[in-house]
Design a protein around this ligand. Sequence first.
Ligand code: SF4
Length: 490
Amino acid sequence: MNNSDHKILFIIPTFFFQENYHKDLFYSELPIKTLQVSAILKKRAKISTDFLDLRFEKELLPTYSQIKVDLVNFEEKLIKLLEHNFIEQVETIFLIMDSSYQFLQTVLIANILKKKFPAIRLIVAGQHPTAMSVDFSGKRSEFDMIIVGEPESAISELINFNYFSKTKKLNHPSVIHSSNMYDLNKLPFPDYSAYLTKYDFRDFFHFTIHASRGCPFHCSFCKIMRTRFRNFSFTHFIKRFEQLQKIVLNSNPSLPKISFLDQSYNSAILGTKILHHIIENKLNEIFNFTCQTRIEIIAKHKELLELFQKARMVPGFGLESANKQLLLEMKKTRNPTNYLKKLKEILEFYKSISEPYCRINTLAGFPGEDSNTFDDTIRFLKNSAFHENIQISPSLFINDPICSVYDNMAYYEQTYGTIFQKEWWMIQSDPLKNAVLPKPSKNYSKLQLIDDYKEKYLPLLTEFRLSPFKPLVHWKTYHNKWKNDLIKKN
Ligand code: SF4
């Protein structure tokens, strides 16, 4: 058997207990890691791959919104779906998890596969296995292989060892620690076309691109996989960028948009080159662009603001909190006074122009949060960011096992009286609600947090001139219901 005789099916899991709000948050994201690994397997080993994205498989959708998971129903429907997708030809099933929310469903799928199709190899990779490989290993594990770290490098190593040409399965799971960083300039273009042929939804997916991997900063709430910070070469980046533009124009003709996912658009030199490229080639007349960046980077390279404006690039700034102690705890800055001052200056710029707008991300419910720290942030936003050209984008702190808070829970328990729900991903109810801290600090409960979050952010969200109506209704309904459920519980 050659590598090329091998057939791999990628299953993209989702999660149970879904509401409309979850769909707004998670359905338009493309499974980019999966598409990247698929491209490597095709290019380097000529392995044939296919996708099953469980978010969009009609038969399964009714099973996601129920109050209790109907295991029998889910199993029956999944098996039918697999049979319909020629499971008998598949040698390996690969599940790449983008988040711990997918844990329960991933394990359930593995359980069903092991029972019904025991000859198929199962590989799991991604965020959760990297942080908590122990959740998948052990003697009774359903998995044949658990990949820790960047799956691209591990897959390349497996191809080098002819793993996919070997017919024999091992009878215990192996945990592979991906030892090398993938050379970004050797990454093939992600396997968009195969995925988008199967899930051909017009104007639906959110297309993203990276000019780098990793991040040189160390925010303690950060949920990205910690890998060394490195850039694509400009030439290689441009090649990928041009390929992506074609895909976006074809898939999203009504609103072609590309988001730079580099966690902080953090190389000013590369960022400047890309902005010049966009402006010189008039790409800003065709596409809408967004990126994430850091307040310090823009404060140090003010010329970027003008380039953002010319390129119609919408930048997102991670403010997170306007409370100085929390900013220090989050390891967001060592000089909170200067940090807030610099952001105010940037915001003044956006208030003085009509296009493009900018976005401010905030994070509520970090360990140590209480009603005073919460109000500090709201006050800052009201005084400095309440404007139709500034989008305020709040989120709740998720105690993700990959973030450094998860490794330091004892510190927050002692310092702030924080109460954590450990292993929240194993609980059979809405994972988003379970991931939020039961008590961010001694005198501040989850109920108070959700109440403040809903009441105090709502007026700030509606001020932005492009505030989308339907997602806002879903946001409000979800948090209202959450608050009422918490009241009933208390
Ligand atoms: S939150 Fe953003 S800036 Fe902070 S470490 Fe993560 S990627 Fe970097």
